[in-house]
Write a new protein. Sequence first.
Length: 108
Amino acid sequence: MKTALLVTTILYLVSFLYIAYLLAMTLFVHFANMNLGHEDDYFGDVTNIIYLVLTLVFGLFAGIGWYAYRHPSLPAVFKWLVFLPLGLVLAYLIFAIFILIFGAGRWN
């Protein structure tokens, strides 16, 4: 359990760092465009909002995972909370495979 918790926490941390990098690059491009005289709203593009939300979510779950790893006396419910996003991704993948197999390759 402790190894799985550490691996999951590292996956969340790597995801957090990558999406934070993407967020920083979009912020850099936004300010560079503002200096060139282009008028746009940073939060007008939904991609920037998605990067911001995903950065916060992955950062939160990486922090929760690290806290659960460092304090093994926590209740099991708290530790299983770390695996919730990973479980949701796996459930979606199983659903997508199910649709592909039984839907004859059609999505709609």
